[in-house]
Every structure is written in C-alpha cells, then in structure tokens.
Design a protein around this ligand. Structure first.
Ligand SMILES: [Zn+2]
Length: 135
C-alpha cells in the first residue's frame, strides 16, 4: 500500500485543519464538539452551525462508523497508487460524516451501512490522514 499524499497545510497551528491532522498524527481521530450545545462537527470551523457558539473542544471519536456513500476511482489519483481506489463518506458513531479512503474492501463487497473503523496513516511528522477499513 502506497503512502497517500500529504494534505496541503499551512504552518499556522491556529489553522483548524492543521490541528485536525496533528491530532490524527497523535493516533486518535478527533472532531470538534460544541461546548454550547454538544453538537459534533466536521469539517473544522470556528462556530457551531447548530447554535452559533464559538466555544468548542477537540473531542476523541470512537473511530467507528458506517458507510454512508462511496465512489470507485479506476484511475490512480497520484502516481503509484493502487486502483481501484474507493473514497467513502463515513458516518461516524458521533454522527459526523467525513470523506476518506476505504481500504481492504473489494468494490463488489461495498454496501450501505457497512461497519468500518478508522486507520490513521502517517504522512509526515505532524500529520496523519484518516482511512477506513471494514470493521
Ligand atoms: Zn452548538
């Protein structure tokens, strides 16, 4: 399995995307959770879309979820990457949805609600990228 490309990140630790990938590099998938109403969210942003609060906390995810949707790519998205490559939208147990690569599942075995678990793949000292595998 080839190493995926690094996400394009600034060097600014105030950047929420930098914080997201840095948390992944420490070995745990985290999402923002609103301190005002408890809503989970992803992609990272400064205010809660449910209540408008600007107070939030990075909170560990179980790393488990179910396939909500997917697409199968038959042309390598970057040189050396094995195909077919599956990108899934996973709905985590927290209710957050994120798009990520799905590994170890042949396309013919894909189905809605397939249980999956996160696998964090290191791409640099300060960043890891979430992928999922069948649970
Ligand atoms: Zn809120």
């Amino acid at each position: 399995m080839t190493t995926p490309p690094k996400p394009f990140l600034s060097k600014d630790m105030d950047d929420l995307a930098v914080q997201f990938y840095a948390a992944c590099a420490k070995g745990q998938l985290h999402f923002q959770r609103c301190d005002g109403c408890g809503a989970w969210r992803h992609l990272p942003r400064h205010t809660c879309s449910a209540c408008g609060s600007a107070a939030w906390t990075w909170t560990p995810s179980s790393g488990r979820g179910r396939v909500f949707s997917w697409t199968v790519t038959h042309q390598a998205p970057f040189p050396g990457m094995a195909t077919p490559f599956i990108t899934a939208v996973v709905e985590t147990e927290e209710g957050v949805r994120l798009a990520a690569g799905l590994r170890g599942v042949p396309p013919e075995q894909l189905r809605l609600d397939l249980p999956v678990a996160v696998e964090l793949v290191s791409v640099s000292e300060n960043a890891a990228v979430p992928f999922f595998r069948a649970a």
